[in-house]
Design a protein around this ligand. Sequence first.
Ligand code: HSE
Length: 414
Amino acid sequence: MVKIAVLGHGVVGSGVCEVVETNQSSILRRAGQPIEVKRILDLRDFDVPYRDKLTKDFQDILQDEEISIVVETMGGTHPAYEYSVAALKRGKNVVTSNKELVAAKGAALLQLAKEHNCNYFFEASVGGGIPIIRPMHLCLAANEINEIAGILNGTTNFILTKMFKEGMDFASALSQAQELGYAERDPSADVEGWDACRKICILASLAFGRQVHPEHVYTEGITRIAPEDVEYAESWGGVIKLIARARRREEDGLVECMVSPAFVHGESQLAGIDGVYNGVLIRGNATGDVVFYGKGAGKLPTASAVVADVIDIAKSPGTSKSLTWAECDENITVERRELKGDSYVRLSAPEGGMARRTVERLFGSAVFLTRPKQPADELAFLSGAMEESALENKLAALEQENLTLLSRIRLVDY
Ligand code: HSE
């Protein structure tokens, strides 16, 4: 019998209790022994059938020698970090869905697990129910992974899908996401891209072996995307998605990493990932592109990933798996202004034909876009590939010519 404790009885924590209870027999078959939730830590009072398991005191869990696995579904860095450290130091395995903590402290917690011959597992921290951490670490182990790109946030993908499929504006789509319980009352972490940033940092750290810190990654959310941008993306033959991406630069091993809205062509494997679904594309040098797709959030999908980690530990007690990346305080990301790519630009251009010639002069290879009922004083074009710094200089030159920037969205070609 493996006894576990669950820290936090919110959406994911309660899902873990439910999955362990509901799927008892298949879990027993796969783990080789029964798994029981012995304690649940939460500061709130609940009226649940398993009231006797509830505690408000973490020491009840830490001091309990029968509990070998601590499931941390509290979210946030404190006290989740302190509780995880204390558990690992006592040789208890820790399983988490907490992407904020893994992105900030993953290297240190993995090292601590190794030192104490136990495990720190976090399959549920990226992509909810989509298996991604273990496939990357084990099934793709023979590859050099050079690039990762994905739709890693369900809330923003739901909002963008509503904007494209139902013509909603950002504010209405966000309210609907909140009504349906996808977006939090304070939706900043999702709509500003921070959640996707934490997730790409976890994947990049795992793929490239050194901690990529969220604060070093340029992150832009979807709040400024207008219905006009949606129309131009459609006329171009694509959609706009919040894309989190990381690429190892061959010449120096630095990581090009960014989270931003992007024009994605309709033929891309990422273009058809809609609603709250997530998709992650991993580019391996032996496999080529591998795409993972599924429910990236929600109670039971996320709990499924947590319980899978618990089963993995239960199958080989007393071992420490080699999941790891090195602590790295330095910034190993490439400065944003050095990154190269194509962009969509939308301008307010009072002088019509003159404006077009100005754009042609500054951007030799600009491709102009149109949309239905395009106003005479609006101009949209694709810039052609160039460094971000060069694009910014050209946009500043446009402003000098009284052409006002309304929108700029990057293009990706996955
Ligand atoms: N807020 C996240 C999302 C939840 O919308 O994807 C899962 O991490």
